[in-house]
Design a protein around this ligand. Structure first.
Ligand code: BGC
Length: 614
């Protein structure tokens, strides 16, 4: 995994947020089953009851800034229609209730909301009710009336009450995501969002590594680390042996699916398992740390198809797994490398041979044919493709690749950004185009005139661009938030007051990397916990890169996995002008091979978690 930053001159920049505002409003209805017809001038609130049982319920509130001015804080007010409705526990906001009047104010991390954006880490709560649980209808934000909308309330069903009689919180630390409003689709149905109403698969092997590391660490940190084992992470199929078995593979794909079935039967819930399809020939063509077992030169495309994709498809289509939801992350970094890195020999070869495009088309065809599989194609991240000179070419290449499949644009369910990277979902204290000392934030040294400074805005615009290119508006975005939290002692708590752009950006940004091009073993923090429907247009935040697994060795380590040594993983190395402005790599020292357990990195991620692990 790596990124390459490409500089472009300011004159080439142009704005890309064509239909962003419109699409955000439209998608809120798609994802929450609501009927929204027009935007208010200040705000829109979508209140949904995500689960309900006798005497209790869970709620989710999406707050959108539909005005033209960014908010630095927000204060939401609404009134419960029935007297017995009480908020018992809230998250991602300060909840207070007086009589039937409820007020929610932002927390430190989600107060800033750009125009046409939604509150990130949207507030949710558990509540109780007595005679009835009607949905509120009037909402204000900062004293301004909003357009409100509501999603259908699930039918009370005491037998499906969350374990015991205590509802499972679905806030900052969910192991489960809110249940889908009724009616629940039959198992195996291809739903709009596989993450909604499903519980994420917990990889027992990763959880065991977390637990073992936590036990060895001990003390308060060890206790905190142990809690992380409850979260869902993706299963990386990074070589044929992970599918069919072989040396060093303790659990094959079928073994993971069997474990997912066990989690489904013991929890009584639908399980969504995220797998990563990651074995293209000439893999990771612009870097070395995650090179793979197949090469174009050795006819790797044929092997990829017959021994890798066919084997995966044969396993996934077994009837015994048809009640699982299987989200497939398709080939991180591959097509993005063809957009920006053709100067690298391996990337040029992957391009001219057609190996990446044809391999991906083959994978999409085979996997889309299985109704309980959901394809999410990788779109790198904004620190790579965010410049306008890269953005539309990436959209074009990805679109033409997908349109070349049998089902065309319908062969994908959405796109994923930030896979195994560290870019924040949102920079809470500034926006890309905000002017400081007469210059926009994005013109600073750190952002290099990139159009974007965070994933939320990048993904929203990518989604809009794909819809404009012919994709259905049902596509949902995913962000890998496993390591983009950037908490800890160095996290700013407010925007800087400096009027010097460089000082302002350095003191305001939560991304603490030395340069945005640094991608290997960075001292980030765990980000938003896995959750469904975090914002309009977003299917989920997912943990694709399992926290604690290395991005690459910090020195040459002989191995039989095809992994190379990439100097971007060496803390003493200064990169290059092109990759990271010649800064130090910022990589943590003494790292093992990519994918291997790296306890010191895990310690750092937990210490810098945001929100903190509790
Ligand atoms: C590595 C894979 C590994 C994955 C998840 C990638 O960078 O190349 O081998 O499975 O990360 O840790």
């Amino acid at each position: 995994m790596r990124i390459i930053m490409r500089r472009i001159s300011a004159s080439k920049l142009r704005f890309l947020s064509l239909f962003t505002a419109m699409s955000l409003i439209l998608v809120s209805s798609l994802f929450l089953g609501t009927q929204t017809t027009h935007a208010a001038s200040y705000c829109q609130v979508t209140y949904s009851v995500t689960n309900q049982w006798t005497g209790g319920f869970s709620g989710n509130i999406v707050i959108q800034n539909t005005g033209s001015t960014a908010w630095t804080s927000w204060n939401l007010a609404f009134t419960f229609p029935a007297s017995g409705q009480v908020v018992t526990q809230g998250w991602n906001g300060n909840f207070t209730q007086s009589g039937q009047n409820v007020t929610v104010t932002n927390l430190s991390y989600n107060g800033s909301v750009a125009a046409n954006a939604s509150v990130t880490s949207n507030p949710g709560f558990n509540g109780s009710w007595t005679t009835s649980n009607p949905v509120p209808t009037g909402f204000t934000v900062n004293g301004n009336a909003c357009n409100g909308s509501t999603s259908p309330t699930p039918t009370p069903n005491p037998t499906s009450t969350p374990v015991g009689s205590t509802p499972t919180p679905v806030g900052p630390t969910p192991t489960s995501v809110p249940a889908t409003p009724t009616p629940t689709p039959p198992p195996g149905t291809h739903v709009a969002n596989p993450y909604a109403g499903a519980q994420g698969y917990v990889n027992p092997d990763w959880a065991a590594e977390v637990q073992a590391g936590a036990a060895a660490t001990g003390g308060t940190l060890g206790q905190t680390e142990a809690k992380v084992a409850q979260y869902s992470t993706a299963v990386w199929l990074d070589r044929i042996a992970t599918v069919s078995g072989g040396t060093g593979v303790t659990r094959t794909l079928a073994g993971h699916l069997d474990a997912a079935e066990q989690q489904a039967s013991s929890s009584g819930k639908t399980i969504v398992i995220t797998i990563v399809i990651y074995d293209l020939p000439d893999r990771d063509c612009a870097a070395l740390a995650s090179n793979g077992e197949l090469t174009v030169a050795n006819n790797g495309l044929a092997t990829y198809k017959t021994q890798y994709i066919d084997a995966i498809a044969a396993t996934l289509s077994l009837p015994k797994y048809s009640n699982l939801r299987i989200a497939a992350i398709i080939e991180p970094d591959s097509l993005p490398n063809l957009v920006t890195n053709l100067s690298y020999t391996k990337c040029a070869e992957a391009n001219s041979s057609g190996a990446y495009v044809q391999g991906i088309q083959y994978a999409l065809n085979k996997l889309h044919a299985i109704s309980n599989v959901y394809n999410y194609l990788d779109i790198a991240h904004d620190g790579w493709l965010g410049w306008s000179s890269n953005f539309q070419p990436a959209v074009n290449l990805i679109t033409s690749t997908v349109k070349g499949t049998t089902a065309g644009v319908n062969s994908v369910d959405g796109f994923i950004s930030n896979t195994a990277n560290y870019t924040p979902t949102t920079e809470p204290f500034m926006t890309a185009n905000e002017s400081v000392g007469g210059n926009p934030v994005r013109s600073s040294t750190f952002y290099q005139w990139n159009q974007y400074i965070d994933e939320a805005t990048y993904d929203a615009d990518m989604r809009t661009a794909f819809i404009a290119a012919g994709f259905p508006s049902s596509i949902g975005m995913l962000i890998d938030t496993s390591r983009n939290g950037w908490g800890g002692a160095n996290r700013p708590t407010a925007a800087s007051t400096s009027t010097s752009l460089e000082t302002f950006v350095t003191a305001s940004k939560i991304d603490q990397r030395l340069a945005r091009g640094n991608w290997c073993n960075q001292p980030g923090g765990l980000g938003a916990r896995p959750q469904a429907n975090p914002a309009p247009g977003f299917a989920a935040y997912v943990w694709v890169k399992p926290p604690g697994e290395s991005d690459g060795a910090s020195q040459l380590i002989p191995n039989n996995e095809g992994k190379g040594f990439d100097q971007m993983c060496d803390p003493t190395f200064h990169g290059s002008q092109q990759v990271n402005g010649g800064n130090l790599t910022g990589a943590l020292p003494n790292a093992p091979l990519a994918g291997h357990w790296f306890q010191a990195a895990f310690d750092t991620l937990v210490q810098n978690a945001y929100p903190a692990v509790s």
